[in-house]
Design a binder for this molecule. Structure first.
Ligand SMILES: Cc1cc2nc3c(=O)[nH]c(=O)nc-3n(C[C@H](O)[C@H](O)[C@H](O)COP(=O)(O)OP(=O)(O)OC[C@H]3O[C@@H](n4cnc5c(N)ncnc54)[C@H](O)[C@@H]3O)c2cc1C
Ligand code: FES
Length: 281
C-alpha cells in the first residue's frame, strides 16, 4: 500500500454523471488487481475531509496509468469531476527523467490536475484457490459497479462475459470503454439490449455450477444475484460497498454482517466476499 500524490491523465465523461478518471501510476507503488480499491483525497481542504473509496477499473503497467470509473454523487465526486488532464498544463521539470513531469512537490497545494491516493487496498476477485476448477466467468455490473467488473473481465483467468444492467439506454456508457469485450447489456425498459434485470438475463443463459459469478452494484442487485447463485449452486463473489472512514481497518466503520454472528470489515477483509458469507437480511 502506498500513499502518493499523482496527476490526472484523463477525466472523461462516459455517460451522464459517470466519468473515467485515469491517473499516473508507477509500478513500484504496487500492482492493482481486479477488486482492489483506492482511497482518494480530492483536495487539501477540510471539505470533503475524508478520503473516498473507489475500485480500480484498469491498470496498465506499460503505459503507467491506473483508472477508476465514478459517478458524480456528492462533494468529493463533484470536485473529482472538475479535475483536468495534466496534458493540458504540463510544466516539465528540468534535469529530471522522463517521468518527472508526473511528480509535483508535496509542498504544493493541490491543483485541479492532482489527486492524493492511498492504494492498492482490499482483496481481489480471483486470487483464491476455490476458483481453480471454474470454466467461465459471468461478470455482472450495475451502476457504479461497472469499474471493478470491467477490470475483472479484462484480467479474468477464464473466458468472461460482462453482463451490465441499466435502467435505460441513456445510462449506458457510450465511450470506447467496452472495447473488444464480450458484453451483454440489459435495460429495465428494453431500450437497449436484453429487456430485464441482469438476474433475469442469467436465468435465460446457460450458466451452470462450473461457472463463477463476480459482481458489483447496488445491494438489491447483489442480494438477488446471491439468491439466484444459491439455487443454481454457482459460486458468487461480490464486491461490497459500505461508507468508509479510515479505509484501512482501524475504525470498524465499514462492517457487514456475516454468518455465525460475525462482522467483517469491507476495507480490510473485503471488499470482495463469497456471497454465502454475507447475511443479506
Ligand atoms: C470499496 C468501495 C468501492 C467503491 N467503488 C466505487 C467506484 O468504483 N465508483 C464509484 O462511483 N463509487 C464507488 N464507491 C462509492 C464511492 O466511495 C462514493 O460514491 C463516494 O464516496 C461519494 O463521495 P461524495 O463525497 O461525492 O458523496 P457524499 O457527499 O459523501 O455522498 C453523496 C451521496 O452518496 C451516498 N454514498 C456515499 N458513499 C456511498 C457508498 N459507499 N455507498 C452508497 N452510497 C454512498 C451518500 O449516502 C449520499 O447520499 C465505492 C465505495 C466502496 C466502499
Ligand atoms: S473504514 Fe475504518 S475499518 Fe473500514
Amino acid at each position: 500500500m502506498k500513499s502518493v500524490e499523482t496527476n490526472v491523465i484523463e477525466n472523461l465523461e462516459i455517460a451522464k454523471n459517470f466519468y473515467r478518471l485515469r491517473f499516473f501510476w508507477d509500478r513500484t507503488w504496487g500492482t492493482p488487481l481486479a477488486g482492489n480499491f483506492c482511497e482518494i483525497k480530492v483536495n487539501n481542504l477540510s471539505v470533503p475531509l475524508l478520503r473516498r473509496p473507489f475500485a480500480f477499473s484498469d491498470y496498465n503497467e506499460k503505459e503507467k496509468y491506473a483508472e477508476i470509473i465514478y459517478q458524480k454523487r456528492g462533494t468529493a465526486t463533484d470536485v473529482l469531476s472538475r479535475k483536468k488532464s495534466i496534458e493540458s498544463n504540463v510544466k516539465p521539470i528540468e534535469n529530471e527523467d522522463e517521468d518527472a513531469r508526473f511528480f509535483i512537490s508535496f509542498e504544493d497545494d493541490f491543483s485541479m490536475e492532482k489527486i492524493h491516493i492511498l492504494a492498492p487496498l482490499g482483496n481481489s476477485f480471483y486470487y483464491t484457490s476455490d476458483i481453480s476448477s471454474k470454466q467461465r466467468v459471468f461478470a455482472v455490473a450495475g451502476g457504479v459497479g461497472l469499474g471493478p467488473i470491467l477490470f475483472a473481465v479484462k484480467t479474468s483467468p477464464f473466458p468472461a462475459l460482462l453482463v451490465a444492467g441499466y435502467r435505460n439506454e441513456t445510462l449506458v456508457p457510450k465511450a470506447d470503454i467496452f472495447q473488444e469485450l464480450k458484453i451483454k447489456i440489459c435495460t429495465d425498459d428494453g431500450s437497449e439490449g436484453f429487456k430485464g434485470t441482469v438476474v433475469e438475463y442469467l436465468r435465460t443463459s446457460d450458466i451452470n455450477s462450473n461457472d463463477l459469478i463476480v459482481a458489483c452494484g447496488p445491494l438489491p442487485m447483489l442480494k438477488a444475484l446471491h439468491g439466484f447463485a444459491v439455487t443454481r449452486n454457482i459460486m458468487c463473489k461480490v464486491s461490497m460497498e459500505e461508507m468508509m472512514a479510515c479505509g484501512v481497518g482501524a475504525c470498524m466503520g465499514c462492517v457487514v454482517p456475516c454468518k455465525n454472528g460475525k462482522y467483517r470489515r469491507v476495507c480490510k477483509e473485503g471488499a470482495i466476499f463469497d456471497s454465502r458469507e454475507i447475511v443479506w437480511g
